[in-house]
Design a protein around this ligand. Structure first.
Ligand SMILES: [Zn+2]
Length: 451
C-alpha cells in the first residue's frame, strides 16, 4: 500500500514536471522566432494584374504536367496544418509577395523560377535558374517514353532550351559538342549570372537517376555530333552525353561562383524513381576533383535518406537544405535529422521552405508560412534537446540557429554584399494595418499565425 502510494506520487510528480517543462526552451524559441530567415529554395508566383495571363514560370517541370499522384498526407491541401495556414494567410488579406515574406518571417527568398517578374524582385526575392535543359540538347523521345511522368517533362526541357538559345540569338544547335558548350552552355550561365542568378538548379531526378557517372568524353562528343542535326540517340548513348554535360555545367557554374542545387527527395510523381534519387548516387560527381570549386546543395536534404546526405556533407563543397521536409515531416522527425546534421556539419545546413503553388487551396504564401513555422519548431526542438543534454551551450544554440536560418545561406550565396540579407530591408518594412509585425525578438515562433 505504502509502496503503491509512493509510486503514485512519483508518477504524478513526473507528469507535473513534464507539463511544466516546455518541449522548446522559451528563450531559444524567442530567438529563433526573431531570426530574419533566408529561404534556400521556393517557387513563389508573380503578382499578376487583373486579366493578365497565368504565371507558368514558377517551375521548369511543374507538377501539374504529371498524371495524378499520391502526395504524403501532410502535403495535401486537406491536411489540418494546410487548412490553418491557408486561413491565416487569407485572414491577413496578404496583397503582395513581400507581405507574404513578412508574414512568414523570411527576409530573402531564393526563388527557383524560369524568371523573376512583377512582385518578385530583389533584394527580397533572388533568382535561382534552371539548367537541366542545357544537359538535354538532343531528341529525348526514347527517354520521354520511359514512364507516363517523363512523357510530358522532356518536351518542357526542349522548349526551355529553345528559349535559352533564342535569348542568345542562336537558331540551331552547333555541329560539335565543344561548339555547343562555347556557344550555348557557357553564355547561358553567364547571362543568368548577369541577370542576377545567385545559383543554378537541376531537377534531373524527375527525369533520370542522379548517377552522373565519370563520363567518357570521346563517346559524349561522338553522340553529340551524330545526333545534333537529327535522329534519336539510344538511352545509354544519351546518358553518356548527359553525364558529360552535367559536369561541364557544374564546372562552369563553379567558375562563375554559382552554387549548384540538386532536387533530391523521394517524390514527386507516380512513376518517380525513389532509388534514382538516393543521395549516394551523387557521390561520383562530388568526388570529381575538377568540380571542387563548385558548391553543391542537396535540396530537400535527400529526405528520407538523410543519413546518406550526412556522409556527403563531409566532401567540403556539399551543403543540404531541408526545404519541403518542414511540410512533409512532423517537426519532431525533422528535429532528429537536424540534430544529427548539426552535430557534424553545422555550417552546411540550410533552412528552406519549397513554398509552391498547388492550387487555390494551397498557395505559396501559405506554404511559406507553414514550412517556416515547422522549421522553426523543429530547430527549437533539436537545439533544446542538445542544450538539455549538455551537448551545447545556450550561446552555441543561438549561434547554430542563426547559421541554419540565415548565416550559412548568406555565406554560401554571397548575399553579404548588399541586398536585404545584409541591409535589413525586411526589418524596416512597415506592416500593413492589421498585419502582425514580424521579426520582433520578443515574439515567439509559436505566436505566428499558423501551426
Ligand atoms: Zn522545389
Amino acid at each position: 500500500m505504502t509502496i503503491l502510494s509512493r509510486s503514485t506520487t512519483l508518477v504524478l510528480g513526473l507528469s507535473l514536471t513534464a507539463c511544466t517543462t516546455p518541449a522548446v526552451d522559451p528563450s531559444l524559441e524567442r530567438s529563433i522566432g526573431g531570426i530574419e530567415a533566408v529561404d534556400d529554395h521556393a517557387h513563389p508566383t508573380l503578382q499578376l494584374a487583373p486579366g493578365a495571363k497565368p504565371d507558368t514560370e514558377y517551375d521548369a517541370l511543374p507538377l501539374d504536367a504529371l498524371p495524378p499522384m499520391t502526395l504524403p498526407a501532410r502535403l495535401r491541401a486537406d491536411h489540418p496544418d494546410w487548412i490553418a495556414a491557408q486561413r491565416a494567410v487569407k485572414a491577413l488579406a496578404i496583397k503582395t509577395p513581400v507581405e507574404a515574406l513578412d508574414n512568414a518571417g523570411i527576409d530573402v527568398m531564393l526563388s527557383n523560377r524560369i524568371a523573376l517578374g512583377p512582385g518578385l524582385t530583389p533584394p527580397r526575392f533572388r533568382w535561382i535558374s534552371f539548367v537541366d535543359a542545357l544537359m538535354l540538347p538532343l531528341d529525348g523521345r526514347l527517354e520521354a517514353a520511359r514512364t507516363p511522368d517523363t512523357r510530358s517533362l522532356y518536351a518542357l526541357e526542349t522548349k526551355l532550351l529553345h528559349r535559352y538559345m533564342n535569348d542568345l540569338g542562336v537558331a540551331k544547335l552547333p555541329a560539335s559538342l565543344d561548339e555547343y558548350v562555347a556557344a550555348i552552355v557557357t553564355p547561358t550561365l553567364e547571362r543568368q549570372k548577369k541577370l542576377g542568378a545567385v545559383a543554378v538548379k537541376f531537377e534531373a531526378a524527375y527525369l533520370r537517376a542522379l548517377d552522373f557517372d565519370d563520363p567518357n568524353a570521346g563517346v559524349a562528343h561522338l553522340v553529340y555530333s551524330r545526333f545534333a542535326s537529327g535522329g534519336t540517340p539510344g538511352r545509354a548513348e544519351y546518358k553518356a552525353l548527359q553525364d558529360y554535360l552535367f559536369r561541364v555545367i557544374a564546372r562552369e557554374a563553379g567558375r562563375l561562383g554559382l552554387p549548384v542545387q540538386i532536387h533530391d527527395t523521394d517524390i514527386a510523381g507516380s512513376f518517380y524513381s525513389a532509388k534514382g534519387s538516393d543521395p549516394f548516387l551523387l557521390e561520383s560527381a562530388f568526388n570529381d576533383s575538377t568540380l571542387r570549386a563548385t558548391k553543391f546543395v542537396i535540396v530537400h536534404g535527400g529526405w528520407p535518406l538523410v543519413t546518406h546526405t550526412l556522409t556527403l556533407l563531409a566532401k567540403g563543397n556539399v551543403y543540404a537544405d531541408f526545404s519541403l521536409t518542414g511540410m512533409v515531416a512532423e517537426p519532431r522527425q525533422l528535429a532528429n535529422t537536424l540534430r544529427m546534421w548539426l552535430n557534424e556539419y553545422p555550417d552546411r545546413v540550410l533552412f528552406g521552405t519549397d513554398a509552391f503553388a498547388g492550387g487555390p487551396d494551397q498557395t505559396w504564401e501559405a506554404g511559406a508560412l507553414l514550412a517556416t513555422n515547422s522549421a522553426r519548431r523543429a530547430l527549437g526542438l533539436a537545439l533544446t534537446r542538445m542544450l538539455r543534454d549538455g551537448v551545447i551551450t545556450r550561446e552555441r544554440a543561438e549561434q547554430l540557429a542563426r547559421m541554419v536560418m540565415r548565416e550559412n545561406a548568406v555565406a554560401l550565396y554571397g548575399l553579404g554584399t548588399g541586398g536585404a540579407a545584409t541591409t535589413g530591408a525586411a526589418a524596416r518594412s512597415v506592416p500593413e494595418p492589421g498585419m502582425p509585425a514580424r521579426s520582433v525578438p520578443e515574439r515567439s515562433a509559436s505566436a505566428r499565425s499558423a501551426p
